[in-house]
Design a protein around this ligand. Structure first.
Ligand code: ZN
Length: 272
């Protein structure tokens, strides 16, 4: 693995990267790493918070600019898009729309991600874990695309092979606790969904303490104003939980077909 390592963060929508990896990216950027962020879609089906001058028809372009600004706040200027269309929440009509990310065969999306590996040559890839945090179909599709890209690279030695792939998630135990909070952001979802959110603490392998990057992370959240209205997305949480959610980025290291699980840079603290 190069030192400093090249980092690729690949997610489904603008804002996913800020929740799951903004502090980790800020850490590596500060140490001279090349950091690339790629979003599969432009988040066309996202919310539009009151007072934000965005319109449904052009929300994709608006959120592209928000992602670029958010990443500027953590020092990252290489922001890319695969150009798929946001599928919207599970079960919504937009799941069926032409070009919706969930309609793209995993092998096609996997080829696009393998091409991204070839071009960005990341030592460490960060992407959604299999449950996509809260089972959003695009989050799961983006995970599956990385799995397909790993299979392609394993079968073709001319493909670039990253040293490590880290599945980003958060402890399921915390989501179960959050569910009990009045006005929680998942209150409309059935409890069976909550029970599948995140990964059990025991399945997470590493955590990065990102508390030293609070200002940059908060600025990145503010840049995603169409989603959070410029406020703190954790403010409705009891303080002990919001502090924990804001303090760590959590990962599960994948075992890769070509090198298993290599040792990660020391900033990734092993759990257990
Ligand atoms: Zn998302």
């Amino acid at each position: 693995m190069n030192n400093p390592p090249t980092i690729l963060s690949f997610f489904a929508h603008p804002d996913d990267e800020t929740f799951l990896a903004a502090g980790t990216m800020a850490y590596f950027q500060e140490r001279g790493s090349k950091v690339v962020v790629c979003s599969a879609t432009r988040g066309e089906e996202g919310e539009i918070q009151e007072g934000v001058p965005a319109e449904r028809a052009t929300l994709g372009e608006f959120r592209e600019e928000e992602l670029r600004n958010a990443m500027r706040a953590v020092g990252v200027d290489d922001v890319r898009f695969l150009g798929y269309r946001d599928s919207g929440m599970a079960g919504s009509e937009t799941n069926e729309a032409p070009g919706a990310f969930v309609q793209v065969p995993a092998e096609d999306a996997g080829r696009a991600v393998a091409d991204l590996f070839d071009d960005a040559r990341p030592d460490i890839v960060i992407a959604f874990s299999h449950e996509g945090i809260y089972l959003h179909p695009d989050h799961i599709a983006s995970h599956n695309a990385v799995v397909a890209a790993i299979e392609l690279a394993a079968a073709d030695s001319t493909r670039f092979r990253p040293s490590a792939v880290l599945w980003a998630s958060a402890p399921r135990e915390w989501f179960l606790e959050v569910w009990n909070v009045e006005g929680n952001m998942f209150s409309e979802m059935p409890f069976e969904t909550i029970e599948q959110m995140g990964l059990p603490m025991a399945e997470l392998t590493h955590a990065v303490d990102v508390s030293g990057y609070r200002e940059q992370i908060d600025a990145a959240f503010r840049a995603h104003a169409s989603q959070f209205g410029g406020g703190d997305p954790f403010e409705w949480m009891p303080e002990h939980l919001s502090t924990e959610f804001a303090r760590y980025n959590f990962f599960q290291q994948a075992s890769l077909p070509w090198n298993g699980k290599v040792e990660l840079p020391g900033v990734f603290s092993p759990l257990s």
